[in-house]
Ligand binder design. Structure first.
Ligand code: M6R
Length: 609
C-alpha cells in the first residue's frame, strides 16, 4: 500500500520533472564515424540543456552507450564520449530544473533487451500508464524518466512481429504529450519523429542528421528539412517521411540554411554571451540593409487589422513592450501587449479581423506557440518576428519576418533582442510613412553600439561591475521607452549574475518600492532627452534615501554617483541603452564566478508550457 502510494507520488513528481525537460537531441547515420560528429553536435546544442548527457552508437550488431550526469566537457573528460565505434548513433544533452540529475536518468535510454536506444526532448504525459502496462508484460525499467517507455514500447511491438519502423509508428500512437525523438536499433536502423517539439533533418552527402536545431549539423551540411507536426522520418534505403496523422508518406522541402558554422563558434571570445554582444553593431547594420519589402507588406497588414495584440515571453516580451510604446509614439497605432503565457485569457476579444504579432528568437517557445494557436482558432491572422527560419512559429504564422541575427548560442538573449527592437522600430516608422528616416536612425544606432562595445567602453563598465559585484539587490528605473529597457536590463543581470535586480516605471517607485531604498542601495536610472526632467524627480527621490545612483543616458547629472554616457538615439534609445547593461551583466557574472553562457536552471528554448 505504502509502496504504491509512493509510486503514485513519484509518478506525479517525475511527470513534473518531465514537463520541465528541454533538451538537445541529435542522430547521425552515414558513412563516417558517428561518435565524433555526435559529440561536436552535442557541444553545439549544449545551450539547450547541460545537466547530463550521453551518446549511443551501433557497431557489430550491438549498441554501445556512454552517459553520465554533468556538463558535456565534464562527462567527456571522464568517459571520452567521442570514442565509440560505429557509423550511426544518437546523442542527448539534458536540462531539468527539479529532481535528481543522475546517470540513470541521462539519455539515451535503452529498451529492456538493450537492442533499442532512444533520445527524447519533451514529455510523455501518460508514461505511467505505459510503464505499468509494459511492466506487467515483463519489461524492466532502469530510470525514473518518462522517456524509457518509448524504447520499451517499440520493443514490445517488435516482439509482436512488426519491423523497427512500424514498431515506432505504433508506439508513438500510444504516447500523449510532446516529443522529438530519435531512435536507433542494434542493426543501425534509425527513426525520428516530432510532436510539438522541434526536429530538423540535415541532408548531407550520403548521410543524414536529425537534430533539435540546425546548429547541431551546420558544419556538415546547410541542407535542412524542417519536419512538420507528427512527421516520422526514417532511414530506409534513403530518407522517407511519413505523417502519422495523415497515415501516408509525405514530401517535405529542403531549405538552404543561411547561417554558417563559423557563426555558431566562439572564435577568440571567452564566451558566446560576449561574442553575441559584440556582434550587435553588425547585426543592426545588416537589418538596416535588408529587403524592406516584407516590412512594407506587414505594415500594410497592421493598417488593415481591427484589434492588434503583440505577444511573447521573457526578453522577447520586453521587445514587444517597447513595440507598444514605439507604435503609439511614432505610428499612433494602438496595440495590446500581452505575455504569451497569459494570452488565452484575452482571446475572447479576437475575431477574423484581429492581428497577432508574435515575437520569438527560437520560434519554438511553447507559450508563444500556444498563444498563436489560440488566436488562429478564433480566426485571427498571425504575423511573427523570429530569428529562426523554418521554426514552428515561422511555419504556423501567416507571415514571418526572419531577422537573421545569426545563431544565438548563449542561453540569454542579446543580439536577438536588439534585432527584434530594430524590426519593430522599422515597422513603426513605415506605419508613419517615414521608413527612410527610421533606416537612417537605425544606422546611427549601429554606430553608437560599435562605440559602446569598444575595449574602453567595456573596461569602463567593468569598473561599475567591481562596485556592484557584492550587492544583493539592485533597482532599475526608466520612463517611456526606457521602462521596458530597465525591465530587460534587470532580467539580464538576474539571469547571469544571480543578483536580485528589479525594474520599475520610474513614477511607480514612490508607490511602494521606495521603502526598500536605503543608504548605498544601487539604483540604475535610464534617461533620455525626452524623459530627463521627469526622471530627475524619481532620481532625487532615491538619492534622498541614500541610493547609489548610476545614470545611463546622454547627459550627466549631479545626482549621479556613476555615469555611463550613451548617445541620444531618440526612438532607437532602447537599442543602444541596453548594450552597457548586457556588458554589466557579463562582467558581474565573471566577477561572481557564474557561467555567462549557461546560467543555472535556464534553457534557451522553453519548448514546453
Ligand atoms: O525563443 P524566445 O525568444 O521565444 O524565448 C523567450 C524567452 O524564453 C527568452 O527570451 C528568455 O527570457 C531568455 N532567458 C532571455 O535571456
Amino acid at each position: 500500500m505504502q509502496r504504491s502510494g509512493q509510486k503514485n507520488l513519484e509518478a506525479c513528481f517525475y511527470s513534473f520533472i518531465g514537463a520541465k525537460n528541454m533538451c538537445g537531441i541529435i542522430g547521425y547515420s552515414g558513412n563516417r564515424e558517428a561518435a565524433p560528429i555526435l559529440f561536436s553536435g552535442l557541444k553545439n546544442l549544449e545551450y539547450r540543456g547541460y545537466d547530463s548527457c550521453g551518446i549511443a552508437t551501433v557497431h557489430g550488431n550491438a549498441l554501445h552507450l556512454k552517459k553520465d550526469a554533468g556538463k558535456i566537457d565534464e562527462v567527456h573528460k571522464k568517459l571520452s564520449l567521442d570514442a565509440l565505434p560505429g557509423k550511426c548513433g544518437i546523442a542527448h544533452t539534458r536540462w531539468a530544473t527539479h529532481g535528481s540529475v543522475t546517470k540513470e536518468n541521462a539519455h539515451p535510454h535503452l529498451s529492456s533487451s538493450g537492442k533499442i536506444a532512444v533520445v527524447h526532448n519533451g514529455i510523455i504525459e501518460n508514461f505511467q500508464k505505459q510503464k505499468d502496462f509494459l511492466t506487467s508484460k515483463g519489461f524492466v525499467f532502469n530510470s525514473d524518466t518518462d522517456t524509457e517507455v518509448i524504447p520499451n514500447m517499440m520493443e514490445y511491438h517488435m516482439k509482436k512481429g512488426y519491423d523497427f519502423i512500424e514498431a515506432a509508428k505504433r508506439s508513438l500512437k500510444h504516447m500523449e504529450g510532446q516529443y522529438a525523438i530519435v531512435a536507433v536499433n542494434d542493426e543501425g536502423r534509425m527513426v525520428a519523429a516530432r510532436k510539438e517539439a522541434p526536429l530538423v533533418v540535415g541532408v548531407g552527402n550520403g548521410e543524414y542528421f536529425f537534430a533539435s536545431d540546425v546548429t547541431a549539423f551546420l558544419e556538415h551540411t546547410k541542407n535542412a528539412i524542417f519536419l512538420e507536426e507528427n512527421d516520422l522520418a526514417a532511414i530506409d534505403g534513403g530518407l522517407k517521411i511519413f505523417n502519422l496523422d495523415k497515415n501516408e508518406f509525405v514530401e517535405r522541402p529542403v531549405s538552404k540554411i543561411q547561417w554558417d558554422a563559423e557563426q555558431a563558434r566562439k572564435g577568440n571570445f571567452d564566451h558566446f554571451f560576449l561574442k553575441e554582444i559584440m556582434e550587435q553593431a553588425e547585426v543592426i547594420e545588416r537589418i538596416s540593409k535588408m529587403d524592406m519589402k516584407i516590412i512594407k507588406e506587414i505594415a500594410a497588414e497592421i493598417r488593415k487589422a481591427k484589434g492588434i495584440f503583440i505577444v511573447a515571453c521573457g526578453t522577447a516580451s520586453y521587445a514587444c513592450m517597447t513595440g507598444l510604446y514605439l507604435f503609439s509614439k511614432i505610428a499612433k497605432t494602438h496595440i495590446n501587449f500581452c505575455l504569451a503565457s497569459e494570452f488565452r485569457h484575452f482571446k475572447h476579444f479576437l475575431s477574423d479581423k484581429s492581428l497577432i504579432i508574435s515575437v520569438s528568437q527560437s520560434g519554438e517557445t511553447a507559450d508563444t506557440l500556444s498563444a498563436i494557436r489560440a488566436a488562429k482558432s478564433m480566426g485571427a491572422k498571425v504575423i511573427s518576428i523570429t530569428n529562426s527560419e523554418g521554426s514552428s512559429l515561422a511555419r504556423e504564422s501567416d507571415r514571418a519576418i526572419v531577422h537573421r541575427a545569426g545563431p544565438e548560442i548563449a542561453v540569454n538573449a542579446t543580439k536577438t533582442y536588439t534585432s527584434q527592437l530594430a524590426v519593430l522600430s522599422l515597422l513603426a516608422y513605415e506605419l508613419d510613412n517615414r521608413l527612410d528616416d527610421g533606416l537612417e536612425e537605425l544606422r546611427d544606432a549601429s554606430r553608437y553600439i560599435y562605440y559602446l562595445t569598444s575595449d574602453n567602453a567595456r573596461k569602463f563598465v567593468k569598473g561599475l561591475a567591481e562596485i556592484l559585484k557584492d550587492k544583493e539587490h539592485l533597482y532599475l528605473i526608466g520612463k517611456g521607452l526606457q521602462y521596458p529597457t530597465a525591465l530587460e536590463a534587470a532580467l539580464k543581470i538576474k539571469e547571469i549574475s544571480y543578483i536580485h535586480a528589479e525594474a520599475f516605471a520610474a513614477g511607480e517607485l514612490k508607490h511602494g518600492t521606495l521603502a526598500l531604498v536605503s543608504e548605498g542601495t544601487p539604483c540604475i536610472a535610464f534617461t533620455s532627452e525626452e524623459t530627463e526632467s521627469e526622471m530627475l524627480n524619481s532620481i532625487m527621490e532615491v538619492k534622498a534615501r541614500g541610493a547609489f545612483v548610476i545614470g545611463i543616458g546622454p547627459k550627466r547629472s549631479r545626482a549621479f554617483d556613476f555615469f555611463i554616457k550613451v548617445h541620444e538615439a531618440g526612438d532607437f534609445n532602447p537599442i543602444v541603452q541596453i548594450i552597457p547593461m548586457q556588458i554589466l551583466a557579463y562582467q558581474l557574472a565573471l566577477l561572481r564566478g557564474c557561467d555567462p553562457d549557461k546560467p543555472r536552471n535556464l534553457a534557451k528554448s522553453v519548448v514546453v508550457k
